[in-house]
Design a protein around this ligand. Sequence first.
Ligand code: PHE
Length: 351
Amino acid sequence: MEPTQAIEEALDSFGRQYLAAFAAASTEQALRDERAQLLGKKGALTEALKLMGKVPAADRKRIGERVNAEKAAVDAAFDERLRALHAEARARELTARPYDLSLPGRAPARGHRHPISLVIDDLLGIFRDLGFVVVEGPLVELEENNFTKLAFPPDHPATDMQDTFWVDVAGAPPGARTLLRTHTSSVQVREMSRRTPPMAIVSPGAVFRRDDDATHSPMFHQVEGFLVDRGVSMADLRGVLAAFAERLFGPGTKTRLRPSYFPFVEPGAEVDLSCALCAGSGCRVCKGTGWLEVLGCGMIHPEVFTHCGIDPEETTGFAFGLGVERLAMMRYGVPDLRLMFENDPRFLAQF
Ligand code: PHE
């Protein structure tokens, strides 16, 4: 067959079926596959074009125009269908729900109080019942309130750089040294300086010392207590501590005072409670002694009263300070103090 005739027959049979095929293509890929049937390497139109070289010069213009017209028609139909597919996809996107309402929700994790806060609340509750009021003091203190007015001599080792975090504070009184309080006893000075006896106060909060190992943290918590009035005696101190111990660890808990030294009390004592776990027979928690050392205490030193503007001839009082972490570790059986501050949710979720 002559090339001219062959092309013309091919073009005649080519027809318009591809329009239906394009319309039926429901994805861009399917549409592109359909076009490749015509214009791809082995496409029907491509095959016809290959014969062009053999068409006699006289027919070439006419056949060429026809082939080009077919090709343009295919391209136009393809472009139109492609635009339509894109428009459909966009419309689906715009009308779809922005989120899947059928997905089950993720319940928010519920937090709770830190074990240290739980113990502080219990301690304060006990002392409130005994008639004490709660007062808090600042964590950044004047040397005067933390040491000097508590009758620490200027060269006392506790005031050393090795033991105390000294800090510079903008706006501190000229010449005054400032520090992170090393104990809550500074609240004694603050409150006794601005109140007149009688007063019975407990004060919880963080304190800071240069210490860091399995049983010491540079930040820990204390609860301070003090009672100031006429005629307060060591017997009152014992009575309050005994009542406190029984409320904390249950009836029958015993209290033991051992002489000890703190510059701001006289006499001073260390207080042990009978071990709540073994009731005094000796166990791991009390290291076999049957006793747990929980606080320091004593009768407020006359010099401290004088520094705070209270007449030591008329007034007496007692003070005590206890470490919260030790009580929390004992209560919950926590083996390492650092767990309390690492804030690992696997640890905290257990309380
Ligand atoms: N402030 C003392 C300490 O941190 C404890 C204490 C308080 C002792 C009150 C006696 C009276 O060790």
